[in-house]
Design a protein around this ligand. Sequence first.
Ligand code: PMP
Length: 339
Amino acid sequence: MQYVNSLLELIGNTPLVKLGRTLDLPDGDGPLVLAKVEYLNPGGSVKDRIASRMIDAAEESGALQPGGTIVEPTSGNTGVGLAMVAQQRGYQCVFVCPDKVSEDKRNVLRAYGAEVVVCPTAVDPDHPDSYYSVSDRLSKQPGAWKPDQYSNPHNPRSHYETTGPEIWAQTEGRITHFVTGMGTGGTISGVGRYLKEQAALAGTDVQVVGADPAGSVYSGGTGRPYLVEGVGEDFWPDTYDRGVADRVIEVSDGDSFAFTRRLAREEAMLVGGSAGMAAYAARQLAHELHVAGQDDAVIVVLLPDSGRGYLTKIFNDDWLSTYGFPTDSTAEHTQTVGE
Ligand code: PMP
């Protein structure tokens, strides 16, 4: 019989899938662009990796005791990963999120058995009901442990130990460029460091390329708001290794969303906006390398999560129009008018 004892055993070992049509390169020309499809993790995102690694480490150090409670200010993928591992190992989970987070997202966390505490956005950070005050207070309760994905070294370490080695082995050490978005910076720091070390041992080189929403600090901005979720910051997290990226490509919200929709329609990859953003940057890089005559390059781009969580946003024409982004129907219309 073929089975696993728990879904947790299925975290990682995600496939690499070749991108085709969306690259807009003449057939067979240009570098190979391979997508690391992280939504195939059991909790639906790359964050399953860090959740299990951070919990393992907290169990080993004694910071998390049997029957303890995991407290983290998160509303997204990290919450799902933590909730999944927590229920399998008998921990409680309490997630603190601001009231602007959609009801759908909160319900996903509750469905996995977590408790969600919603805090008002319209109060000062030092107000007792604020997001920061509440999560601080809850994490000081007896038996509570706060993973803190923005400072926990096991976040980048999980990528150094799993995602990086997988990519190196899957490409048989032939990867030349790694492209990914940056939120906590855990992915780029862990994977980038591992790939650079392996390349140095093999006498080759891997370029590490960050993709970033225009306005975020990683691409020289001040944290000006952007709409793509999960990537870009207005501060420098401890989990980000400032020496790892060789280059950062800035991508606008409009390009990120249009490319996210193309990935679903043309590559059958229903992914989130940060994946669309990273893949758009990888496409730009592929064009640059093609023009420079480097068609033997091998680019790996990491796609963090699924598009299911964004059906009412990126995949909704009305939502896109509200923010002034073109939709597929307006694009078709423009084409018809021009013909
Ligand atoms: N995309 C999504 C959807 C995410 O939730 C995150 C994590 N915030 C990232 C990308 C960025 O990953 P990292 O935190 O490892 O930089």
